[in-house]
Write a protein that binds this ligand. Structure first.
Ligand SMILES: Nc1ncnc2c1ncn2[C@@H]1O[C@H](COP(=O)(O)OP(=O)(O)O)[C@@H](O)[C@H]1O
Ligand SMILES: [Mg+2]
Length: 320
């Protein structure tokens, strides 16, 4: 049971956290690993980058993220611990996920087996199903769109379980509105075509973005990483046919490839209608053998990357 009284931890940084070490960074925030003094647990502490900490819009977004994340509780969503303010400003503390992010697998040397990719997909779909139906929260039943599904926002634990992270752009569905073309928030390579064209993000948009993530962890490369401005990205949908997953990696079965193809159809009406429908399609596309070994493969892949990064950190320490 979460201790709601801890939802506004304040004080000097040293009173709240111990042993903070920088662990990662995104476009707007830094993430540190440390111990939450009150519970003795290892946490990820997220803070707005110092260069942006005086930007009111960014501060408002971070407050929204803390509010949304603090209302969530689901086994496939990174667990909220507390949020508040200390000497270093506002922070959001989350349970530390020992493992890696799916970004590690977008690499020809480390791409996932089909079974591992399906295990990961089913975890994220489990989280999305609950979010989209307003069942991922402890409080009111508010349906939520994530709007920023990308490999870096899917954390894979050494236990072989994937968890959805980063609710920095998440919105209650009732507040979702369209944004003018060219101004959309979110990572360009994962934005659905309708959002790029200025239409509203939807549950099908989150499923599309997951389709891109799965294409990438199976191919071991970016799908559209080379296109980095809005206009060419939007045009690319019209001009170029999407690269076929089976052409890049012929050992992926046509059944799995066609589930991913359906998630990536340009017309949202032709995509999966819900996370549950997409999960069912994956379950029936995977062989019994792939199915039984998928979770173990995912755990092995996360452990492999975890160990590699730990070694890199310790050799960096011994050099300095
Ligand atoms: N709970 C966590 N456990 C372990 N690593 C984390 C955790 N939260 C974030 N990270 C790491 O920090 C990175 C950035 O975190 P994220 O919340 O996505 O920030 P941003 O909003 O800046 O993208 C993640 O991709 C991941 O590598
Ligand atoms: Mg992120």
């Amino acid at each position: 049971m979460r201790d709601f009284s801890s939802a506004s931890a304040t004080g000097s940084t040293a009173d709240v956290f111990a042993g903070l070490e920088r662990a990662g960074a995104g476009a707007m925030a830094s993430v540190f690993r440390g111990t939450y003094v009150r519970s003795g647990r290892t946490v990820a502490v997220k803070r707005v980058l110092p260069a942006l900490s005086h930007n009111d819009h960014v501060r408002q977004m971070f407050d929204d993220e803390c509010r949304v994340h603090s209302s969530l509780e689901h086994p496939k969503v990174v667990r909220y611990v507390t949020h508040g303010r200390d000497d270093d400003g506002a922070f959001l503390a989350l349970e530390w996920v020992e493992g890696t992010s799916a970004r590690a697998f977008v690499d020809p040397e480390r791409k996932l087996t089909t079974g591992a990719a399906v295990a990961m997909a089913l975890d994220v779909l489990d989280a999305l199903d609950a979010l989209h139906r307003g069942r991922a929260g402890r409080l009111a039943r508010v349906a939520i769109l994530h709007r920023d599904i990308s490999p870096a926002n899917v954390l894979v634990g050494v236990d072989g379980v994937a968890r959805l992270a980063d609710f920095g752009l998440a919105r209650a569905m009732c507040f979702a509105r369209s944004t003018p073309p060219g101004t959309t928030a979110g990572k360009l390579g994962y934005l659905p075509p309708e959002v790029l064209a200025g239409r509203m993000h939807s549950t099908r948009g989150d499923l599309y973005a997951l389709g891109v993530v799965l294409w990438e962890v199976l191919a071991g490369e970016r799908l559209m990483g080379h296109i980095n401005d809005h206009a060419s990205r939007a045009a690319a949908f019209v001009i170029e046919p999407r690269r076929s997953l089976t052409a890049v990696r012929p050992t992926v079965s046509s059944a799995i490839a066609s589930v991913i193809d359906r998630a990536l159809v340009l017309d949202p009406a032709q995509r999966f209608a819900s996370a549950v429908e997409m999960a069912e399609a994956f379950r029936s596309a995977v062989s019994r053998d792939e199915w039984s070994r998928g979770r173990d493969h995912l755990a092995l892949a996360a452990r492999g990357d975890h160990v590699r990064r730990a070694r890199r950190r310790s050799s960096a320490r011994s050099v300095h």
